[in-house]
Design a protein around this ligand. Sequence first.
Ligand code: INI
Length: 154
Amino acid sequence: MPVIEGSADGSGLRVAVVVARWNSFITGKLLEGAVSTLRECGLKEDDITTAWVPGAFEVPTAARWAAQSGKFDAVICLGAVIRGETAHFEYVAGGATDGIGRVSQDTGVPVIFGVLTVDNVQQALDRAGGKDGHKGEESARTAIEMATLRRILS
Ligand code: INI
């Protein structure tokens, strides 16, 4: 019975990172973690492209451009949507979540959900290299595993 899984070796992969400028004091940390993990896993500098967009709501659109370009083996989406007092949170977080999932399923390119949707700044910091891990690093590892799995499966 064949059992397969993706690898942790990203050598030769090309990855786009789409990152929201909103809450950049958080998304900058996510980006740093993602890029350093991609490098540690063997990606070359020239094979990591970063694209800034205004906010999490714009992330799926840019991710679709990247995924459809044929230039990337995976797209990492980074953002931080922090619940305020308004319902805006639900729309922005929902739009980003649904949109990112749809891009991945529509294109078949691994599009990784590295958008924090949290109640407050502390929860965001905790997940951007604090006590609850690092969503940027995790997203980079997920991108490599899925891109290498795709090469085997498809
Ligand atoms: N964008 C975010 O990335 N995070 C947020 O917390 C946020 N809030 O709270 O409003 C946010 N809003 C902007 C949104 O992503 C769009 O850029 C804007 O609505 C224009 O389309």
